[in-house]
Design a protein around this ligand. Structure first.
Ligand code: FE
Ligand code: FE
Length: 324
């Protein structure tokens, strides 16, 4: 794995950062590489410079995404839910910062707290780009994402909260392995789905992907460091991950994502020409994919990212044995 400040800078660059699957499996970053000074100069004054609500002001949304239709419904549903998820991530990271036992943890999770709050804002405000009225924004979020929040995020929060319980490393494990490790690949899928047809949407996704590489890499570093110093904690953390996964598997996340993919598919059928020859993966045109295929891609990437991260952290025992 590559390391150091140069790697941190490249990983935070819009143009140079690898995609999330490569970045989240291969990049090694420590909180020293990504301290407050780094965040201010390279992120706030660097990759975020000139962005307005997470996107380049000149990037636009095509007309057909501002008109009623399945593609717009799919995008609104996705961004509304992701916005409320990022709100939860913001609070979780603030709790991790509060539980930190040293300055490294305090500073890094303070920057991640702000990153997640920015994501929530960028996803939320993109609904305005899609034609949602400003004074209808909060109601739209509630109407579109409220039910899924209640059946997915609320139970997850209720499960995680007591486990967090002021324990820094538990919070890092839950956010890095159980939340971001599972969700980050869906961000990558999303970038590949929307970027070809909407520059503004692609910008917001790109920004989130770039941040995610840093969050996953540094979060993994904290876990690895903790286990090197406290090997006696390994079994407990493996149990925590297994329990979290079991809990996660019972939530209707796949069902929610599948509904969106079905709408996206109707959108492909209606606006096929807009996708032109865009590919979701080398040699695989977006217009030829199916909802099931896209969902499986996210699941596979998620497994890849998690397995390589767990190996890096010294948590091989938490890797589910393959069923092949
Ligand atoms: Fe985020
Ligand atoms: Fe994140």
């Amino acid at each position: 794995m590559a390391t150091g400040q140069d790697v941190a800078a490249a990983a935070a660059s819009w143009d140079e950062a690898p995609n999330i699957i490569e970045g989240a499996t291969d990049v090694e970053l420590s909180p020293d590489d990504c301290d407050i000074e780094f965040w201010i100069t390279t992120v706030a004054q660097g990759s975020l410079k000139g962005l307005v609500r997470g996107r380049r002001p000149e990037s636009t949304v095509p007309d057909f995404l501002q008109e009623e239709g399945p593609l717009r419904d799919s995008l609104i549903s996705e961004f509304a839910f992701r916005s409320v998820s990022e709100e939860s991530a913001t609070k979780a990271c603030a709790m991790i910062a509060a539980a930190a036992t040293d300055l490294r943890g305090l500073e890094f999770y303070s920057t991640q707290t702000l990153d997640e709050a920015r994501h929530a804002q960028a996803f939320r405000c993109h609904l305005l780009d899609l034609g949602v009225e400003e004074n209808d924004l909060v109601d739209t979020l509630e109407r579109v994402a409220g039910p899924d929040r209640d059946r997915i995020l609320t139970p997850l929060w209720e499960w995680g909260r007591p486990v967090f319980d002021d324990q820094f490393i538990n919070g890092v494990v839950i956010v890095t392995i159980l939340l971001e490790g599972i969700l980050a690949p869906t961000t990558e899928l999303s970038e590949r789905k929307w970027h070809p047809i909407s520059a503004a949407t692609g910008d917001i996704e790109r920004g989130a992907c770039v941040d995610e590489i840093r969050h996953l890499a540094v979060g993994s570093w904290f876990v690895r460091q903790h286990l090197q110093q406290h090997p006696e904690d390994t079994a407990r953390i493996v149990d925590l991950i297994r329990e979290g996964r079991r809990f996660w598997d019972e939530l209707p996340t796949a069902e929610m994502m599948y509904k969106r993919e079905v709408l996206y598919q109707q959108g492909i059928e209606l606006h096929g020409a807009a996708f032109a020859d865009a590919e979701i993966a080398p040699g695989r045109k977006l217009v030829d994919t199916t909802p099931e295929e896209r969902l499986m891609m996210a699941v596979e990437w998620s497994r890849e990212v998690q397995d390589s991260r767990l190996r890096y952290m010294g948590l091989e025992d938490a890797i589910p044995s393959s069923t092949g």
